[in-house]
Design a protein around this ligand. Structure first.
Ligand code: PHE
Length: 354
């Protein structure tokens, strides 16, 4: 029930719009503006019900709050889900995005958006026609373009830090890495892992996409249903969330879970399940912050590409610290990462002049 969901959420605001012409629901969830305006992508997807769409948007928005805080960005967390009945293309898509842009604009800067699953810089260009609270428009339209390669780069650094923690060296040569989901981010991650000498396996529900990436880098293609149980060093979830749960974790045959997907854990208890299975988990909201570091670094914070590169490498350093602290305190890496993020959210607000 929508009412129950909204009542029980710990975020600040939910904006709901039913878009009659496309029969779509738009949910803008502003989870926290404690560190600054809420930032988060716009996801376009088909759900089993509006309730499921809202539930996803709320969880994704909360993850953005943690992501921004862990990355030490001056932003809060938010997310939009546009729950569409099916693929929306052409003018219909353009008009939907313009109406959506008007809605984002009406929030007066409380929420800033960018691309996410099934939206692109071209979509951000359309949104940018009606609203200035958007990052990752195409470079021709003055934006920073596709953040995917930078998200992948951050995940790559995170995988190296994780491999070093488990195996004592971050040398990837010969390490078996399974990339589950080879879309915008996963395909680039697969490239980087292959270039570093890893033995890459790829899997995707779109067989064609998996096949073409597999050919490109000489990677074995794993059928989607087999991905969870494949023996490997690193399992990198780079598609939709929720793949780690009570049913799948006992089937994992990896030493490390480190990938770009948001909300990889189906429920909080899964962090403990991974720990008890002897699997090192790179908290998703830490390892996948490369895209937001790039987009806001480039467009709002005046960072050079060099300083962005350094911050992407810093994702590895943050993970190293999290792993050390978690081991010392006997906590899960997820709990330790959340504590880090919360420590940056609970800062007392200084009164003017104080
Ligand atoms: N989709 C990105 C994420 O989940 C959010 C994002 C928004 C990234 C805008 C870059 C720019 O982190």
């Amino acid at each position: 029930m929508l009412e129950e969901l909204i009542r029980s959420w710990d975020g600040e605001e939910v904006v709901v719009r039913f878009d009659q012409p496309t029969d779509s629901w738009i949910f803008i969830c502003i989870h926290s503006r404690r560190r600054g305006p809420a930032g988060g992508g716009t996801r376009m997807k088909t759900y089993s019900s509006p309730t499921e769409a809202l539930r996803d948007a709320m969880r994704l928005a909360a993850a953005m709050t943690l992501k921004m805080a862990a990355a030490d960005l001056p932003l809060g967390g938010g997310k939009t889900v546009i729950a569409v009945p099916g693929p929306i293309v052409g003018n219909e898509r353009r008009d939907l995005l313009l109406r959506y842009a008007h809605l984002v604009d009406s929030l007066g800067g409380n929420f800033h958006t960018g691309p996410d699953i099934n939206t692109t810089p071209a979509d951000m260009d359309v949104i940018g026609e009606r609203c200035s609270y958007v990052v990752c428009r195409s470079p021709e339209h003055g934006g920073s373009g596709d953040p995917g390669p930078y998200t992948a780069q951050g995940v790559f650094h995170g995988i190296k830090a994780s491999v070093r923690n488990v195996f004592g060296s971050d040398d990837l040569s010969g390490r078996v890495c399974l990339v589950q989901g080879v879309g915008d981010v996963g395909s680039r991650l697969a490239d980087q892992l292959a270039a570093a000498g890893a033995q890459v396996l790829v899997s995707d529900i779109a067989a064609e996409r998996a096949g073409s990436i597999g050919n490109r880098i000489g990677a074995e293609v794993i059928p989607p249903d087999d991905a969870i149980g494949v023996e490997c060093d690193v399992y990198a979830p780079c598609a939709l969330g929720g793949t780690l749960n009570a049913e799948t974790i006992p089937r994992l045959r990896c030493r490390i879970v480190a990938g770009s997907a948001n909300n990889q854990l189906a429920e909080p208890a899964d962090a403990r399940r991974l720990l008890e299975a002897g699997i090192l988990y790179a908290p998703d909201f830490v390892i996948n912050a490369g895209g937001v570091l790039y987009a806001w670094g480039r467009e709002a914070l005046g960072w050079t590409l060099d300083s962005i590169e350094a911050r992407l490498a810093g994702i590895g350093d943050t993970l190293r610290e999290i792993y050390t602290t978690a081991a010392a305190e006997g906590k899960t890496t997820e709990a330790t990462a959340e504590a880090l993020a919360h420590s940056r959210l609970d800062l007392p607000v200084l009164s003017p002049g104080a």
